[in-house]
Design a binder for this molecule. Structure first.
Ligand SMILES: [Zn+2]
Length: 446
């Protein structure tokens, strides 16, 4: 086979998987979208003399980040006028967020947000994401429109619609069908996937939740829901069902390794044990948990119990280095223990951990046979990068502005600081327009 299809990426340091130490002087050989080999520069250059060479001096090559939980449309709510927003969780949802934001979202707004977020995620070193769209009046067809935008961006993604019966039972069914259509449409795509998704125990009936899991079972996909983001849901479940949410799901017979639960902030120890035993996957959003005052998720306990955990932005702060810093720091404070959540572990949750939580094969690690989903970031610190400090130094002192190049499945989305999949300015402009339109609706409906 001709070596012209081969590419050698030669950074100063290579992170293959945070489960191992970083490798100084190692590079990656990429072939047909996948990693063919990792080895020292010398070995790679000798073995593949006619491969294309990408020099990445002063840079670290790492697996691309997996944003395991986001709401792409959420970017339009950054800076939204909030002067009349109620302070409590329930009234925030019923008086503000649902009627004035989610119910006002149109397909164009969501596509504009999706397009700009593909750019902003790539800039941040993210190569894969899971999105949860909540916009009951953009049904049907919103996921298909989003999938087209994502496909153009080259990003790897899992799309879903957060089906809920809060508007009407019919709207709930539309939401479930939207997920099924997306799962079917993405089945043959290499980079896109769909999964099943419903909202929570307090907006979905028992029959509806069972239906969502049954559909997911039929297609062999995960079912996602938000779980105990604050104290509201456990209190609701105790009042209405006489038990906490995890036990309620267990009673419904849906707790298992096909369940993906995001947030998981307010769990008690028995719930942690049940989640671990059942193999439920969890995603953790340290910064948005702070934003909504939900509390601090017991992530060190979940990890210790053996739960597969991924890290997510929740559509709040996209810079994944910031998200990692959140996960690295808040648990140390909460546990009054600087040894919990070491840097390598947070790096793991931000890459392979997220991919595993999403049940994605071959994503999140740079090793032979795995997808060439990677990022290169420039490091220029006042102290030397060494094997013993690289995970911590890069987690603490690197920002997304230092990400130089990003590749998904062997294709560059960003190269030497330039986004190759669209004009950043016009993408931002389109998002501004969509945001202004949404904000005007918020204003007029108050
Ligand atoms: Zn969320």
């Amino acid at each position: 086979m001709s070596q012209s299809d081969l590419m050698l990426i030669l950074p100063d340091w290579l992170i293959s998987t945070p489960l191992e130490p970083p490798y100084r002087g190692y590079g990656v050989c990429v072939e047909q979208g996948k990693v063919k080999e990792i080895a020292t520069h010398e070995v790679l250059l000798e073995r593949y003399p006619s491969a294309e060479i990408v020099q990445a001096k002063g840079q670290v090559c790492a697996p691309g980040f997996v944003d395991a939980h986001t709401h792409l449309y959420g970017v339009l709510a950054h800076g939204i006028p909030l002067e009349n927003a109620p302070s409590g969780f329930w009234s925030f949802l019923v008086d503000f967020w649902w009627p004035k934001v989610e119910d006002q979202l149109t397909r164009e707004m969501i596509c504009a947000a999706t397009a700009v977020q593909m750019y902003r995620m790539a800039r941040s070193g993210i190569t894969c994401f899971y999105d949860c769209t909540e916009a009951p009046f953009a049904l049907p067809g919103v996921l298909r429109a989003q999938a087209e935008v994502v496909a153009q961006s080259g990003m790897r993604g899992v799309l879903s619609f957060e089906a809920t019966e809060r508007v009407s039972p019919e709207n709930g069914q539309l939401g479930l069908r939207e997920n099924v259509a997306c799962i079917e449409a993405c089945a043959s795509s290499e980079r896109l996937r769909g999964l099943m998704c419903f909202h929570t125990t307090f907006t979905c009936s028992e029959a509806f939740i069972r239906q969502a899991f049954d559909l997911a079972e039929r297609y062999g996909v995960l079912t996602h829901c938000h779980l105990s983001e604050g104290t509201f849901e456990p209190e609701y479940c105790l009042e209405h069902f006489g038990m906490r949410p995890v036990f309620y799901y267990e009673k419904l017979g849906v707790l298992g390794d096909r369940m993906l639960a995001s947030q998981c902030v307010q769990l008690d120890t028995a719930e942690i044990e049940r989640l671990a035993k059942a193999g439920v996957k969890v995603t953790h959003m340290p910064l948005s948990n702070c934003e909504v005052g939900g509390g601090i998720a017991p992530i060190p306990d979940l990890v210790a119990a053996g739960v597969q955990v991924g890290l997510g932005s929740d559509g709040y702060i996209t810079d994944f280095f910031e998200v990692m810093r959140g996960a690295f720091l808040i648990h140390k404070a909460a546990k009054q223990n600087p040894q919990v959540m070491p840097a390598w572990q947070v790096w793991y949750l931000a890459t392979e951990g997220g991919a595993r939580a999403l049940n994605l094969e071959g994503v999140g690690r740079l090793a032979p046979g795995w997808y060439a989903d990677l990022q290169l970031f420039q490091v220029n610190l006042p102290t030397p990068l060494e094997e013993h400090n690289l995970y911590e130094q890069t987690l603490l002192y690197v920002n997304s502005s230092q990400v130089r190049s990003v590749m998904v499945g062997g294709e560059w989305l960003m190269r030497d600081g330039f986004y190759l999949k669209g004009d950043a300015e016009s993408l931002t402009q389109r998002a501004h327009q969509a945001a202004l339109e949404l904000w005007q609706k918020v204003h007029h409906s108050s």
